[in-house]
Structure formats: C-alpha cells, structure tokens
Design a protein around this ligand. Structure first.
Ligand code: NCD
Ligand code: ZN
Length: 343
C-alpha cells in the first residue's frame, strides 16, 4: 500500500497553550485534524464557560484561512467547581466537558482536585446532564511509586466513582497500563480511553536506556513493555472504547533539556504519521481510520467528518527542532524516520 485515504481525524486530547505559541500550535493541528479537545491547564486555568469562550476565540484567530478546525473546550475541574458551572457547560455547544487533574499530578495542575470524593455532587450533576468527565488518572501521594500511580488511581478513585455514578460519561486520558485497559474494558459503553502515540510506540526503556531522553518524558510516565503491549493490543482491537488523543504538549527546548525538565511530548508536527507508523507495525493499517476518525466522534456524539485526508508512504525525517514564537522546540520523534506523511 502506498496511499491511504481516511476520514479527517480528530484529536481528543491536545494542549495548544496560549499567547504567541498559538500561531504555531493551532495550524500544526488544524492542517490535519478537524476537531480537537483543547486542554484547559493554562495559567490561570480555564475554569469557567466565559474563560473557555474567550480562549476559543484566541484559538480561532490563529486558524489558517479557509480552514474549518473546531476547538472543543474542556473546563478545568477544581474543588470549587459549582453545579451552576456544570449546568452552564451542559448548555454551551463549544464546551465538551470537564478535565479532572489531581492536584500536583502534571503540568499546571496546582489548581486541580485535592479530594475526588468531595466532588460527588458535581459528578452526580455531570452524570445526570451527560457532561463528560475527562480524567488524568494518577494519584499524587509521595508513598506511591510513579510507575504505580495510574493503577492506584483506578483502584482508589475510578472504580468507586463508576459504582456511585454508573451513567457518568468518562474518558480515562492517555492510558499507560494494562490495568487501565482492563478497567475500561470492564465498564459500559459510557467509559472510554485515549491513547497517545508515545505510549503505543515506546516503553520506559526508550526513556532511560543508554541515557535519559527528556523528549520522551511525559506524564503519565512511559511504563514497562508488558503494559505497552497491552495498549497496542487494545488500540488495534477494533473496540470503540479506545481512540486517538495525542496529548501533544509543547514545552520549549530549554525547559525540556534541563536539570528539572518539563513533562510533555510535542507530537503535533507528526501526529497522524506517528499513529500510521504504529498501525503499520501492527499490520493493521485498515484499523487506523476508526481509531483516528471514528470512535472518538461516536463516543462524544459528534458526526464523523465528511472530509478526507490522504497519507502517502514516502519516508521522511521528523525535524530535529522547530522554531516557534517562544523559541526552539524539539518535536517528539525528532530526527527519526516515519514511513507515512500527510499529502
Ligand atoms: C501535559 C502538559 O505539559 O500540559 N504534559 C504531559 O506530560 N502529558 C499535561 C498532561 O496531560 O499530563
Ligand atoms: Zn495532556
């Protein structure tokens, strides 16, 4: 196969950041993807519908001419999120749901949730109004090893949450473990998961063997190979519960290559070719379309795109560095070959 035409994909988990960087991040995604769920972990966080609307306008202002990219805004859940905000979110067509960051779990999560159970009335309202809850599933306490944080979050918080609110629409974001795959598979069709390219293509050896690789450092952290293999199985299984979400998370080169580097892989410049690489490795290119362009839209209740994109099998090298408004950035997979490119 040398050409592959699929329905235009969507990115169900994306960090665009704000300010001048939008001039780089918005076109990078909008040139390939029709819609994207835009993460709200700005400083200050996007906690209200009004803030989300203003942020959406800043994003739309950077859309290339004639491009119809649609940002779908996630609101940042805090310990103070009110029922009124849940109702306002339910009524707003541009807001897709709430993102739960356990406080301290990741980049700009300080304002996140400190007591999941304390928000039970908010989750009840979300379940009733069918407002999706998007979850960064990691505990943050010092006594739990970083490689176990996803599994412990699922056991401590997610299973009980779904028992209390069986109709809650929940997406476990950027899953990294066999435990997460098993949890999602054990739940009804109202529970799904996104999977990033780095968690499909890599495991913790790619982070640590032969030297520490800051550009492969993201959260949740890459896990051991057994877990990677289970994610790979889930992604090609044809189950509609698993779909694309790049978690493209740009940080300046200087913030990654330093003594205390930021977490996040800037995958947007090569996002769809990265997934194509994975599906080709699995001999399952015919499964790419549902994963990238179908299951996520179905889950969230959006129509699949009416437009198409074409990938061609012409190997290319991801640039070592891309220049942005905030300085050089090293994209994920920098300097390495990919077999497929977007025509
Ligand atoms: C993300 C970021 O930089 O905003 N980083 C990451 O490693 N994935 C936040 C997140 O999704 O955890
Ligand atoms: Zn993210």
């Amino acid at each position: 196969m040398t050409e592959l035409t699929i329905t235009t994909p969507d990115d169900w988990h994306l960090h665009l950041r704000d300010g001048e960087l939008l001039a780089n991040t918005v076109p990078a995604t909008a040139e390939v993807f029709g819609r994207a769920v835009v993460m709200p972990n700005l400083v200050p966080p996007v906690t209200s519908v009004e803030q989300a609307e203003a942020y959406r306008q800043r994003i739309l202002a950077q859309r290339p001419p004639e491009n119809n990219f649609q940002p779908l805004m996630a609101l940042y859940l805090t310990q103070n999120t009110s029922l009124e905000t849940v109702r306002a979110a339910a009524q707003n067509p541009h807001v897709i749901g709430f993102k739960l960051y356990p406080s301290g779990a990741t980049t700009n999560s300080d304002a996140g949730v400190t007591d999941v159970d304390g928000l039970d009335n908010v989750f009840a309202a979300m379940a009733e109004l069918q407002v999706p809850l998007l979850v960064h599933g990691e505990v943050t306490t010092a006594d739990i090893d970083i490689f176990d944080r996803e599994k412990v979050f699922i056991d401590r918080h997610l299973r009980p949450l779904m028992q209390r609110h069986p109709n809650l629409k929940l997406v476990l974001e950027h899953i990294t473990t066999a435990d997460a795959v098993a949890f999602v598979e054990s739940q009804g069709s109202n529970v799904a998961a996104t999977i990033t390219p780095q968690h499909l293509l890599m495991n913790r050896n790619d982070l640590l063997v032969g030297g520490v690789r800051p550009h492969n450092y993201c959260l949740p952290i890459l896990k051991r190979r057994d877990h990677q293999l289970e994610l790979r199985r889930a992604a090609v299984s044809g189950s509609p519960k698993f779909f694309i979400g790049t978690d493209s998370a740009p940080h300046a080169q200087s913030k990654k290559e330093t003594a205390c580097g930021c977490a996040g892989c800037y995958s947007a410049p090569a996002a769809l070719p990265l997934y194509a690489e994975f599906f080709e490795q699995m001999n399952a290119l015919e499964k790419l379309e549902d994963f990238a362009s179908g299951f996520g839209a179905d889950f969230y209740g959006y129509p699949r795109a009416a437009t198409k994109v074409t990938l061609v099998r012409e190997p290319w090298r991801v640039p070592e560095v891309v220049s942005t408004a905030v300085g050089p950035m090293v994209p994920y997979w920098a300097g390495n070959l990919l077999n497929w490119q977007v025509k």
